[in-house]
Design a protein around this ligand. Structure first.
Ligand SMILES: NC(=O)c1ccc[n+]([C@@H]2O[C@H](COP(=O)([O-])OP(=O)(O)OC[C@H]3O[C@@H](n4cnc5c(N)ncnc54)[C@H](OP(=O)(O)O)[C@@H]3O)[C@@H](O)[C@H]2O)c1
Length: 289
């Protein structure tokens, strides 16, 4: 186990894309990867904030997209592909807990769209530049909350009895199942995929939607990790030589950990993949592996 996720790892010559890099653990991860020599591209939803953060952390460039909207995910990925021939690390990190049920402009429940479909589609759309980079890595930020998640196959968008924690834990379970199936499909391609729990971290997380969830997170945050500490497992998976070629696993505190039994269900992982394809393929002309 590395004592410090990114410390000492050389990222010179590598191109990295980080989502949710305008705040919290994504911002620390992006800044650290830039300081290790990577060419960092960040994705943010607010143009002024994203430009400002890109300057502040020494990112090479930035893309603006609301990642809960699949047409914007596609556009951002196309802009990336137009500019960059290869992608060494994709850090899927943007996520939120959504206090009251909301739908995106495309009519999809917000937690499902942002926390899961965004990871799924962005990864698909960036496979050509990932496959062009030797030993490329996809790093998916999940949460230990996935252990209380279950897939509500008959109501993935929580149309009945919305619960912020239910929707969130389902989406974080989906992150681990997605990683498992992605890794299986990418076997032999040279691209690895791993998921992680960052720890309970004092970030902007859970504060943007009001309600009981914000208050509970506020009370618990005295015990939380700093965002520097919370970024360490993402940095470890993005940059450590120790995990080169390791794929389909789940990490916590820079160590492989056992995910919940429902996250090891291959049939559920395959089912999630086809359901997710149906969601993202509602827009014409898309293609998945
Ligand atoms: N904090 C924890 O204790 C904890 C624990 C387990 C897992 N996680 C996971 O860690 C990841 C990062 O969370 P964090 O704690 O760093 O939270 P955060 O401080 O709230 O940062 C979330 C990031 O996601 C971005 N984002 C939110 N909605 C977006 C959208 N529609 N389109 C594009 N970007 C969007 C935010 O952009 P803005 O700056 O514009 O808001 C921000 O950059 C999430 O996947 C979360 O599930 C966190």
């Amino acid at each position: 186990m590395a004592a410090n996720g990114g410390a000492g790892n050389d990222m010179k010559g590598k191109t990295v894309l980080v989502t949710g890099a305008t705040n919290g653990i994504g911002k620390v991860a992006a800044r650290t990867l830039a300081s290790l020599g990577a060419r960092v591209v960040i994705v943010g939803r607010d143009p002024a904030k994203t430009a400002e953060v890109a300057r502040e952390i020494g990112a090479d460039s930035y893309l603006v997209a609301d990642l809960s909207v699949m047409s914007e995910v596609r556009r951002a990925a196309a802009e990336f592909r137009d500019r960059e021939p290869r992608l060494d690390v994709l850090l899927n990190n943007a996520g939120a807990v959504v206090g009251r049920r909301q739908e995106t402009p495309e009519g999809v429940e917000m937690t499902w769209a942002l926390n899961h479909l965004n990871y799924f589609l962005l990864t698909q759309e960036l496979l050509p530049p990932l496959q062009a980079a030797p030993g490329a890595r996809v790093v998916n930020v999940s949460s230990s909350v996935h252990t209380s998640g279950r897939m509500r196959w008959d109501d993935l968008e929580f149309r009945r009895g919305y619960s912020a924690i239910g929707a969130y834990s389902q989406s974080k379970l989906a992150n681990v199942l997605f990683t498992r199936e992605l890794s299986r499909r990418l076997s032999g391609s040279g691209v690895s995929a791993n998921a992680l729990h960052p720890g309970f971290v004092r970030t902007g997380f859970g504060h943007n939607n009001g309600g009981l969830m914000s208050r509970v997170i506020g009370l618990m945050s005295t015990f939380a990790l700093s965002d520097e500490q919370g970024a360490q497992t993402s940095l470890y998976l993005a940059s450590s030589p120790e995990v080169q070629g390791v794929s389909g696993r789940y990490f916590d505190r820079q160590q492989e950990a056992k995910p919940a039994p429902q996250a090891l269900d291959d049939a559920a992982a395959a089912r999630l993949w086809s359901v997710s394809e149906e969601y993202v393929n509602r827009a014409e002309g898309s293609r998945t592996i």
